[in-house]
Design a protein around this ligand. Sequence first.
Ligand code: FAD
Length: 403
Amino acid sequence: MPESTETLIVGGGLVGTSLALALDAAGRVATLVEAGAPRPVIANGEDDDRNLALARASVNALQALHVWPLLEAFAGTIRRVEVSRAGEFGRVRMSAVDAGVDTLGRVVPGRVLGAALQQRLDACRNLQRLLPAQLIALAPRDSGWRARIASGNGERELDATLLVGADGSDSLVRQLTGIGAQAHAYAQSLFVCTVAVDRDIPECAFERFSDDGPVALLPLPNGRRGLVLTIAAARHEEVAAMDDAAFMALAQQRFGWKLGALSRPGKRFPHRIRRVLADALTAQRTVLVGNAAQTVHPIGAQGFNLGLRDALTLAELIAASDDPGAAPVMNEYATRRAADRDGVLAFSHGLASLACLPQPALAPLRSLAMLAMDAVPPLRHVLARHGMGFRGAPPAAALERGP
Ligand SMILES: Cc1cc2nc3c(=O)[nH]c(=O)nc-3n(C[C@H](O)[C@H](O)[C@H](O)COP(=O)(O)OP(=O)(O)OC[C@H]3O[C@@H](n4cnc5c(N)ncnc54)[C@H](O)[C@@H]3O)c2cc1C
């Protein structure tokens, strides 16, 4: 006899676990299936595969989910952002003061965030967790799906009213429910590590573009910086094989000397970059969230921020519905997420295409555009608000709370 649940969340990455927490807080029954082993709780996030820049809306949301207190001690603060391009004269500067807020965003090591979310999951009362366990097959039913799930103890069947694909870029939920996807390889790789700098400008995030792609330095709380260095994919093996001195020389040449000498790199993590866009966000009694719905270029630091807003919007709709898999809920979800998704996709892809590609003829225009944005406060304000995650119809949990 199959077991049953209301919402089956496939994938317990950052977005799936956020959704599980939000549903539990709303008192709704759900099951979370995650293929990977539990994340170790780590006390020091210095050697992490990515440092996530969290938009202000995401910090608000993590506060609402009671996750933020577990992260605060590990979080760097962004009060200013400076975007520039090597060899061109324009630059865009945004500041929290100009935007009328105390911070533009925060930076946390990805695994610390994962461990904090998981710690909160332990206190959930309406959530069943299957881990490590994997969705392997789906069969449609009149009022939902029957999922086949494999774990070390064998296979089981689970009926759900609503199926959520939070299973990442190569989503099996997406494939099994017949939602197509378009993939685009950027022919770029990223190398991520932490570094020390000689002359820090605290609480300022830097992003510098060049013909070879962007390089970012994010502020971390321990006086170090999170380095994200993009290179052409053809150089992946060469850069991966570099010793620390050669890698630092490359990073220095790409970022310049704004913060003095870069040194003492931590462990280096390589990532190959691609964009994967689902053709639709929903199917019959199915919703995609996070990377399963859209995997964007990390250049704009938007992937998790966007996925969190997916998860919280969905949780809001489920909480207000007697039948969370019903067509009106699916339609409402797709409608509510459209503007935010389209905006972030255009921003991330546009940034990747325009700012990274060697198009000398565009250089003066790029510089002028940057100068214009820097000089015209309302433009900068819009950019800052979008960067803070307030675009379209944000979920209530992401909004500012009064004192
Ligand atoms: C270098 C780098 C830097 C980044 N920086 C930022 C940033 O600064 N800000 C930001 O917002 N975003 C950033 N991102 C993007 C962000 O990391 C991702 O968007 C986010 O982690 C996606 O989370 P997810 O839960 O949707 O997907 P995933 O993390 O891919 O999780 C999917 C989960 O599903 C599980 N799974 C898969 N198949 C199954 C199955 N059949 N059954 C059960 N479980 C399954 C997997 O084990 C996995 O745990 C960055 C990305 C990279 C690569």
